[in-house]
Design a protein. Structure first.
Length: 164
């Protein structure tokens, strides 16, 4: 009789191992999806940061606002993304986003600087759900893009100096 009891306890232990393995596998699957999302978000952030810095550096070497904008746009075209999850960085124009301030060449008015703002959109393949809030999906269940913006300001290297 003690042999039967020992055999049934062994079966329960084996069943618990299968349950633990299933729960552990589910947990690892969720962590893997989270790691993939975070990796894609970090790649998009890093791409936008590098592109904005390079575009601002190129714009700072120009002597006119038009040339600076053209140089920044040209540099941004060299920073390509996959287009599926991470979009190509784009130059944001408008008040405060693209500023070329050389003070008309007057060295006493201030330091000449150029400010560049870029934007990159990133879609995550798996929406993140935390305490009932879904990040990465809109109300209808469609994946939405995370928007990363970066702004750099560099001193203008070549500007037309006008001495009074």
């Amino acid at each position: 009789m003690s042999l039967k009891k020992h055999k049934s306890i062994k079966r329960r232990a084996n069943g618990m191992a299968a349950v633990e393995l299933a729960c552990g596998s589910l947990f690892l699957l969720v962590l893997t999806f989270l790691a993939i999302d975070v990796t894609i978000l970090m790649l998009g952030y890093e791409l936008n940061d590098r592109a904005c810095r390079d575009a601002c550096r190129a714009a700072a070497q120009q002597s006119t606002p038009t040339a600076a904008q053209n140089a920044a746009t040209t540099i941004l075209k060299t920073h390509k993304a996959d287009g599926n999850f991470v979009s190509d960085p784009t130059l944001i124009l408008g008040a405060g986003n693209f500023q070329y301030q050389d003070f008309g060449g007057n060295p006493t008015a201030g330091n000449p600087t150029v400010t560049i703002t870029t934007e990159c959109r990133v879609k995550t393949p798996v929406p993140l759900t935390f305490v009932g809030s879904v990040f990465g999906q809109d109300a209808s269940g469609n994946n939405v893009a995370w928007t990363f913006r970066k702004r750099y300001t560099f001193p203008i290297v070549t500007f037309n100096l006008v001495l009074p």
